[in-house]
Design a binder for this molecule. Structure first.
Ligand code: PMT
Length: 346
């Protein structure tokens, strides 16, 4: 037991923080899903999506949250499915999901394009129909949704807290390691960097009578290192880097590759993320140097990386939402190409 803020290694984290109660059951279902996809010869991608919460109390009333609607993850999952991948979609409860994302309650509520017909015909029950102008788009989405369900290529898992996320991520990664190079990890979730260990949480709602509130949080362990070195076996790992300062995006993306030794970092600026991303990867024939966590990327290493920018035009506001080009379509095309090359290098 401890009371002071600590810097946890991943190992210490899992030794001291409790798993979600449903973890074992969830993982058995994941194992079945992976085994079926393996028999059918599919590549499987784990897509993480949405933000994690950090509860401040054990009987949780208040929590810190991370920005993210889950648009990147839900949209990407759909393009992976179209590309023939099986998808484990691990998302924040109530964030956007593949297919239903097109009919989000806030931007495109489905009740707005349903109509009630035949109300004035005596004796016959009213019929609910889709507004004619919306039918073609709905048919496209529905056809894909039904096909994915019939093929059983989408498996969904939910998390709420950063603790749920970390336990699930480790367990799913370990299960996916049986696929070796045929597994891809696409880490689009916005994960909290800080958390409050359960040993220092108030059991009950924090009371307001004592004036201002001071909470010292611990750093969430960096999980990419154990993911690369221990949990996965030759899987193709794609992480994201979000920044609001352009000058930090490339240095931070390169530092992450140098430190963790995975395959791709996709850098995105908060405000331009829907129209512009940069893939950062190591040039063929270079390898990461052993460096302690937190050390900067040295200038000498800069030329060991390559950048590949993807841009799409900013859509005109008059274009209907379903006709707007989505950058995730191009991101997935590029990743499938790179993953295919990775698989064939065995
Ligand atoms: O959902 P949207 O609104 O469409 O927004 C999409 C997005 C901007 C959130 C997404 O494109 C994105 O950039 N996600 C990563 C956000 C981020 O800054 O992550 P990070 O720098 O804290 O972490 C780096 C990487 O490691 C990320 O891939 C993250 O998912 C992963 N990570 C980080 C910490 C941790 N403990 N576990 C992790 O898996």
């Amino acid at each position: 037991m401890y009371s002071e803020p600590t810097t946890f290694s991943a190992e210490e984290y899992f030794a001291t923080q409790l798993p979600p109660p449903t973890l074992q059951h969830e993982i058995e279902r994941v194992r079945e899903f992976i085994s079926r996809q393996a028999k059918e010869g599919r590549n499987v991608v784990l897509v993480t999506s949405g933000g994690t919460t950090v509860p401040l109390e054990l009987n949780v009333v208040r929590f810190l949250d991370n920005f993210s609607a889950g648009t990147r993850g839900a949209t990407s999952a759909e393009y992976f499915l179209k590309a023939g991948y099986a998808v484990i979609f691990m998302h924040r409860q109530f964030s956007l999901q593949p297919f239903s994302r097109h009919y989000s309650h806030s931007t495109n509520p489905f009740l707005d394009f349903l109509e009630i017909d035949g109300v004035d015909q005596e004796g016959s029950p009213p019929i609910v129909s889709v507004t004619p102008s919306k039918r073609a788009d709905l048919l496209d989405v529905l056809t894909m949704y039904k096909a994915v369900h019939a093929e059983g290529t989408l498996h969904t898992l939910t998390f709420v807290t950063v603790n749920d996320y970390l336990w699930l991520l480790r367990a799913v990664s370990q299960e996916l390691s049986v696929l070796e190079r045929k597994a891809m990890f696409y880490l689009a979730a916005a994960v909290s960097d800080f958390f409050l260990p359960r040993q220092r949480m108030s059991e009950h709602k924090i009371q307001s009578g004592k004036g201002s509130l001071h909470i010292e949080m611990d750093q969430v362990p960096k999980i990419l290192k154990p993911m690369v070195d221990e949990w996965t076996k030759d899987g193709f790992i794609v992480s994201f880097k979000l920044e609001t300062d352009d000058n930090l995006l490339l240095p931070k993306a390169k530092a992450a590759l140098e430190r963790y030794g995975h395959q791709v970092v996709i850098g995105n600026d908060l405000h331009r993320r829907k129209y512009e991303v940069v893939f950062v990867s190591r040039k063929a024939g270079t390898s990461p140097r052993a460096s302690p966590p937190g050390s900067p990327t040295s200038a000498a290493n800069e030329d060991q990386f390559e950048e590949y920018w993807l841009r799409i035009p900013i859509p005109d506001a008059s274009i209907p939402p379903h006709q707007v080009k989505e950058i995730e379509e191009d991101i997935i095309v590029e990743l499938v190409k790179r993953h295919t090359a990775w698989v064939s290098r065995t």
